[in-house]
Design a protein around this ligand. Structure first.
Ligand code: 4AD
Ligand code: MG
Length: 467
């Protein structure tokens, strides 16, 4: 076969220099045809769209084409031609076909319309489907949007550790990291494990958040963000929780509550706008196949101002709804941690737009949040989104050493390993604020997928670490 430089399918579909000999490489999505002519839909991942390869069967030996089956990998030379068929502008009239990799009929992606559950069980192959190709191209684009946004605003990308000895959220949902022999653990007379001989000489875990180290950086570099994997050993089998997820955590020196919520809103709108501007083909596919309201919902978010809602007012609205006959599974009272059904009621039914809830009761929020003068609430913010519920959690940080220490003692947080964090409040402390966006929660919103396991290539959830 004549050697011609490969053109990506995304490029070839835009070309109009008909008559040119081109080469494309990719995987067969479908093959159909009759005795005279065959049609191969070829995809190489550069776009959701396939290129149609037209095979004149009077010029090709049947035996040479027997391995051109669904899933096979081909290299095709052919003439770029204006398409006679509907549905595509161009096609390639094949002059030579080489099968780079045959694919027999045990290939599990023979038919369209496999369930999401089934595709999860073949996560090693599902990127070859239209849906997952679209999702993972959008995932890449959102990562680029995030780095571009912060870089343009003068934030530094700061790398915080993955292995840590501190529990940022204080929720005790950490995966332990050890090189000790679990069959032969050394214990003291009280039965506690002696970590002295462990790799780090103390108990270590995978991080639940890079925030504490992010605060160190913000109080030196001014404004930073992190973007990395985060781990939570929470046993929640929900469509919104992963044991391993990616989080973006900006932290800004001198920011107050208004500046924090403005940044949350501006950032998320920028990401959604980026998807609308750069992922059109994939979004149109998902809008058609997965969620008919997707594009309209994305457009509405970039065009609406988010509501700022103090927690106390939110509780009143929910109580009024209950008085009016609205039923919820979980009870509502001042001090309760809102369930997803409550958050979604406020966003989807009451306000019909994203809500940034502020000023939460201190009891349901982490130790580091700035305490309000009322003695009851803290300057925490959750951004609540349609379909998703909480997409961002953030706060103004308590910068006063004494107040922070008092809260730490109240909560019995073991601070002996966090002396370094407290030093930020001892040496030139400053007001600052930041937030964490769950990358996969953003992707749920932007793709319209309904389960978080379907927006990350290899999901990690309770009892599942395959692939
Ligand atoms: O609200 P969270 O727990 O906040 C923090 O970790 C803070 N340290 C962030 C900060 O202020 N720098 O988590 C932040 C976000 C949530 O709003 C949610 O989007 C996502 O992380 N998230 C999860 N995403 C997937 N699976 C899980 N198990 C998640 N837990 C939190
Ligand atoms: Mg939260």
């Amino acid at each position: 076969m004549e050697s011609i430089k490969r053109t990506k399918i995304a490029e070839v579909l835009k070309r109009t220099d008909f008559g040119t000999l081109v080469n494309v490489k990719g995987w067969v999505r479908t093959r159909r045809g009759n005795k005279q002519v065959g049609f191969i839909a070829l995809n190489d991942g550069s776009t959701i769209n396939n290129v149609q390869i037209v095979v004149d069967l009077t010029k090709f030996d049947e035996a040479a084409l027997k391995d051109v089956t669904t899933g096979a990998c081909l290299s095709v030379n052919g003439v770029l031609t204006a398409s006679q068929g509907s549905g595509q502008a161009i096609e390639i009239q094949a002059t030579a076909i080489e099968v780079l990799g045959a694919c027999d009929n045990s290939y599990p992606l023979q038919k369209k319309g496999s369930s999401m559950e089934f595709l999860r069980s073949i996560a090693h192959l599902r990127p070859r489907t239209n849906t997952f190709g679209a999702v993972f191209r959008i995932r890449h684009n959102m990562a680029m949007a995030i780095h571009t946004y912060f870089h343009q605003k003068g934030f530094y990308y700061f790398h915080t550790p993955i292995i840590t000895a501190s529990d940022c959220e204080g929720a005790g949902q950490m995966f332990q990291v050890t090189t000790m022999n679990l069959y032969d653990l050394k214990k003291d007379e009280k039965g506690s494990i002696i970590y002295d001989s462990d790799f780090f000489g103390k108990q270590a875990s995978l991080t639940v958040s890079g925030q504490l180290e992010g605060e160190l950086a913000a109080t030196a570099l001014g404004q930073i963000y992190t973007f990395g994997p985060t781990f939570r050993a929470e046993n929640s089998n929900t469509p919104r929780h992963l044991a391993e997820f990616w989080m973006i955590e900006p932290e800004v020196a001198f920011a107050d509550l208004d500046e924090l919520t403005a940044l949350e809103e501006d950032f998320i709108k920028y990401c959604v706008r980026w998807a609308l501007d750069n992922c059109r083909d994939d979004l149109e596919f998902l809008n058609k196949m997965i969620d008919n309201g997707l594009i309209a919902r994305l457009e509405s978010v970039v065009d609406t101002e988010f509501v700022r809602l103090p927690y106390t007012e939110g509780i009143k609205i929910l109580e009024q709804a209950i008085a009016g006959g609205r039923k919820f599974e979980f009870p509502v009272y001042w001090g309760c941690d809102l369930a997803s059904e409550h958050e979604r009621y406020l966003v989807e039914e009451h306000f019909k737009k994203p809500v940034i809830m502020i000023d939460y009761p201190k009891e349901i929020k982490a130790f580091y949040m700035k305490q309000n003068a009322d003695g009851k609430t803290v300057q925490g913010t959750d951004v609540l989104f349609p379909q998703i519920g909480e997409i961002i959690g953030g706060s103004v940080r308590e910068e006063n050493y004494d107040k922070l220490m008092a809260r730490i003692e109240e909560l019995h947080i073991p601070m002996k390993d966090m002396w370094w964090y407290l030093d930020t409040r001892r040496y030139g402390t400053c007001p600052h604020a930041g937030f964490g966006l769950g990358f996969e929660r953003l992707l749920l919103f932007v793709t319209g997928m309904s389960n978080i396991r379907d927006v990350i290539p290899f999901p990690r959830t309770p009892r599942n670490a395959e692939f």
